[in-house]
Design a protein around this ligand. Sequence first.
Ligand SMILES: Nc1nc2c(c(=O)[nH]1)N[C@H]1C(S)=C(S)[C@@H](COP(=O)(O)O)O[C@H]1N2
Ligand SMILES: [Mo]
Length: 330
Amino acid sequence: MANIIIRPDWHIPERLATPEAAFLNRRRFLRQLGRVGTGLVATTVAGSSSCCADAADSDAKPGGSNQVLNLSAAYPAPRNAEFSPAWTLTKEKVAGQYNNFYEFTLNKDVYRYVDKFISSPWPIQIGGLVDKPMSVDVQELVGMFGLEERVYRLRCVEAWAIIVPWTGFPFSKLIEKASPKPEAKFVRFETFNRPDQAPGFRQTPHYPWPYFEGLRLDEAMNPLTLVTAGIYGKPLPKQHGAPIRLVVPWKYGYKSIKSIVKIEFVAKQPTTFWETLQPDEYPFESNVNPAVPHPRWSQATERMIDTGDRVKTQLYNGYGKYVASLYPKR
Ligand SMILES: Nc1nc2c(c(=O)[nH]1)N[C@H]1C(S)=C(S)[C@@H](COP(=O)(O)O)O[C@H]1N2
Ligand SMILES: [Mo]
């Protein structure tokens, strides 16, 4: 197939440039958390409530003397002025009822199947080729880096698109903290694997669960790459990837892996879930590109899911200013 993206001979710069912190109001964030001094307590929520807010709810541990992190107090987070375009947002309800999350269902009505999914507590392992591996609960992780809001476009490979305000922090901050060794050239991400909490696993036993994805380290360090805990000024509803996901807005949506449990720094390009299933259709790089059709459909235009408007797809989903330099002409 002539038009498939050819896997490039990647050039990884010797020195990883530290992206300028675009905007972070950590002080305000910590104040909102009501956190003073040390002793973050990861909260435990027994069972799961019906929808959406449970990732933020927190209860004091019995007998615990430390202050409890109350993430709901951190919302809405301050908007980063650099990512505050005048675009019309996709309606919240539509975005929350039209999702891809194959752990639950192959259809778009993921929100109907999420009740059993327990998204708190949520330990995350960060390791591999790093000087400072960590195992932290998501609340503690978010407490380390603070939250900001950014309006991004998200383009699914299926040619639909949304414009939504995400709440998160630049992945580069976490990478700097973990301090990758010089051999680390890629990052691998993994989602939960709980067939008892999500019905999709058993409907697709031939899929290589758990869902896994990857980025080059320089893509991971790009200031656009957002570790995301919220949407529309609230903690992520389960169907959007509670309690923590990635958002990589210049790549097709499947790179924006949901409900992450593991982040690993590796030397070799990792395989990905979709690449394992269909390498010709879902290559590792997967940058949004209107000139490269999917083998089974055009990528020249996309449909906004709430209005049905058809708009022209843009190279790198319109984020060339930030990412074109990662992909020199070849
Ligand atoms: N773990 C996991 N992450 C996932 C997916 C999935 O099936 N499982 N689907 C991806 C796809 S194809 C898209 S388009 C986006 C959709 O994100 P949204 O539902 O929040 O709009 O999530 C991505 N992340
Ligand atoms: Mo997608």
